[in-house]
Design a binder for this molecule. Structure first.
Ligand code: 5GP
Length: 209
């Protein structure tokens, strides 16, 4: 009997990526709150915990421990982003759950390389100004803000190319609704036996700005 027929289909991997300051975290939190079948992966990072950042935002670790975990094959993907390591541990969701990763574009590319059936949703900001405003209010030092803004500019064209779907986050509620619909479609395709994401021509919501 196939895994799917036995009711243990491989979890769908939903990659939510996008340049810094697009509001990925807010959107992902809302997705998880809305769909109990979604399981959020907790990344590892060597970056310092920000003031006010919850302990469970990441598994905060040091470079030596992170590198040991790389060597042990413990990551689905990992990258170095602005001088810190970030990585997704091999996912271990509850049975029947689908996996959500909130990661930057290099990690998204790696996941697509090993799991081409993963659903990659790339989130864009409604406007540059809003993106900048969000990046500036994160509690990073000013030089880090500048570095993050530059990095975000580099990430956008790469993500646009990689994505199965592009969503413009001008309204969190509308963005979440659209993403839940995309996830449902991917689940239906999986049940129907075709794991591949849609035609790569992306669907983009229109910014209302
Ligand atoms: P931040 O320092 O703002 O929390 O995260 C910086 C960037 O790293 C964000 O774009 C975030 O989505 C991404 N990121 C977080 N966790 C991971 C991960 O496990 N792997 C990769 N590749 N990127 C991650």
């Amino acid at each position: 009997m196939s895994e799917a027929a036995a009711g243990h289909a491989q979890p769908l991997i939903i990659v939510v990526s996008g340049p810094g300051g697009v509001g990925k975290g807010t959107v992902v939190d809302a997705l998880i709150a809305r769909d109990p079948q979604l399981w959020l992966s907790r990344s590892w990072t060597t970056r310092a915990q920000r003031r006010g950042e919850p302990d469970e935002a990441y598994t905060f670790t040091d470079r030596a421990t992170f590198e040991e975990h790389i060597a042990a094959g413990g990551f689905l993907e990992w990258t170095e982003f602005l001088g810190s390591y970030y990585g997704t541990p091999i996912p271990a969701p509850e049975a029947g759950a689908d996996v959500v990763l909130e990661i930057e574009v290099d990690g998204a590319r790696q996941v697509k390389a090993v799991r081409p059936e993963a659903l990659l949703i790339f989130v864009l900001p409604p406007t540059r100004e809003e993106q900048e405003r969000r990046l500036r209010h994160r509690g990073d030092a000013p030089d880090r803000v500048v570095a993050r803004l530059r990095k975000a500019e580099d990430e956008e064209p790469i993500g646009r190319q990689l994505a199965d779907h592009i969503v413009v986050n001008d309204d969190v509620e509308a963005t979440v609704e659209e993403m839940l619909a995309l996830i449902e479609r991917a689940r239906s395709r999986r049940s129907a036996g075709s794991g591949e994401p849609d035609d790569p021509s992306s669907t983009a919501t229109q910014s209302r700005d």
